[in-house]
Design a protein around this ligand. Structure first.
Ligand SMILES: Nc1ncnc2c1ncn2[C@@H]1O[C@H](COP(=O)(O)OP(=O)(O)OP(=O)(O)O)[C@@H](O)[C@H]1O
Ligand SMILES: [Mg+2]
Length: 274
C-alpha cells in the first residue's frame, strides 16, 4: 500500500450527534445525590467542531463520558448518526486530559499508535507499520517512533496520543481538556495541529474546556454550561473565518468580542439564570 492511500480522502468523515434531555444524578437523588447534569439537549452536526465550556465541577467530564457511552445517563437519549448509544459506539474516540492515561508506558511510540489498529485485519503487519508512521509524520514525530513515552516531553506525549486517536479514524472525537496539561506555547502548537488534522479529516469534534480562548479559537459553536445542576445556558456561533491563525485570529474584533462576552458569562455565573 502506498503512502498516498493513507491520505485524508480515505477517512470516513464525521457523524452527527443528538442529545435529548440528558440528566445525570450521582447517588440517589432523594438521599443527598448530586445532580450533575440537568436536562441537556444539544445537536452537533457531522463534521462540526463544538466546544462545551463551563466552570470547574459543572459536569463537563460527566457530559463527555456519557456521550462516549462510558457511563449511562440517568435519563435521556443519545444518538450517534442514526444509532442510539448504549455503550461505547464504534467510530468514537476519547482523548483524555492526561496523556499518561492514554499512553501505554511499556510500549514504544509507534506501538502505542499501533494499538489503534491492532484489530484491523485488512492491513498486513508491514502496512500497519507504514500506516502508523504516517500518523506519526502528521504530528511531526516520525523521528520518535522507537522511543518510549517517558523519553518524550509532555507536549510530544500528547501528540502521540493525538496520533493514536486519529489513527483510529474517528467519526467523532471527544476531547476532555487535552491541551490543558502542557505549557502555554505547546498548547498553541497543539491547537494548530488539531485544527489542521480536523480540516483534513472532518471528524465531528466535541471538546470540553474551561479555557475561553481555546474554545473561541477552535470552534464553530460554543455551548455554555451553567454551574450545577448544569444546563446549557446558550449556544454561541463563533463565525470566525477559517483557516484560523494562532496569532492573527485572536487579534480580530470578533474574537475579542466573543472572549469578553463568554468570560463575563462564566465569571458572573449568568448562564445559570437560563
Ligand atoms: N463518580 C462520581 N460520584 C459522585 N459524584 C461525582 C462523580 N463524578 C463526578 N461527580 C460530581 O459531579 C460533578 C461534576 O463533575 P465533573 O467531573 O463532570 O465536572 P467537570 O466540569 O469535568 O470538572 P473539572 O472542570 O474540574 O474537570 C462534581 O460536583 C463532582 O463532584
Ligand atoms: Mg473534568
Amino acid at each position: 500500500m502506498s503512502a498516498t492511500q493513507f491520505e485524508s480522502k480515505q477517512v470516513p468523515g464525521g457523524e452527527a450527534l443528538r442529545l435529548q434531555q440528558i440528566r445525570k444524578t450521582y447517588g440517589a437523588a432523594d438521599a443527598g445525590g448530586v445532580v450533575a447534569l440537568q436536562d441537556i439537549t444539544l445537536s452537533v452536526a457531522a463534521g462540526e467542531f463544538l466546544t462545551v465550556i463551563g466552570p470547574s465541577g459543572c459536569g463537563k467530564s460527566t457530559f463527555l463520558q456519557i456521550v462516549a457511552g462510558l457511563m449511562p445517563a440517568t435519563s435521556g437519549r443519545i444518538e450517534v448518526g442514526t444509532r442510539e448509544v448504549n455503550g461505547p459506539p464504534e467510530g468514537l474516540v476519547y482523548l483524555f486530559q492526561q496523556y499518561t492515561k492514554s499512553l501505554l508506558p511499556w510500549r514504544r511510540v509507534i506501538d502505542n499508535v499501533a494499538f489503534a489498529v491492532e484489530h484491523r485485519g485488512d492491513l498486513s503487519p508491514r502496512e500497519r507499520r507504514r500506516y502508523c508512521e504516517h500518523y506519526l509524520e502528521l504530528v511531526g514525530l516520525a523521528d520518535a517512533a522507537q522511543r518510549f513515552p517517558r523519553e518524550l516531553s509532555g507536549g510530544m506525549q500528547q501528540r502521540v496520543a493525538i496520533a493514536r486517536a486519529l489513527a483510529a479514524q474517528p467519526r467523532v472525537l471527544l476531547l476532555d481538556e487535552p491541551f490543558s496539561s502542557v505549557d502555554a506555547l505547546t498548547r498553541l502548537e497543539l491547537h494548530r495541529l488539531m485544527l489542521r488534522l480536523w480540516e483534513q479529516q472532518r471528524f465531528t469534534a466535541v471538546l470540553v474546556t474551561h479555557d475561553v480562548d481555546e474554545a473561541v479559537f477552535l470552534s464553530d459553536r460554543i455551548a455554555v454550561l451553567s454551574a450545577r445542576p448544569s444546563t446549557i445556558g446558550e449556544v454561541v456561533e463563533t463565525g470566525l473565518p477559517r483557516p484560523r491563525d494562532r496569532i492573527i485570529t485572536p487579534e480580530q474584533p470578533r474574537f475579542l468580542e466573543l472572549r469578553h462576552y463568554l468570560l463575563e458569562r462564566l465569571l458572573s455565573g449568568a448562564a445559570h439564570e437560563h
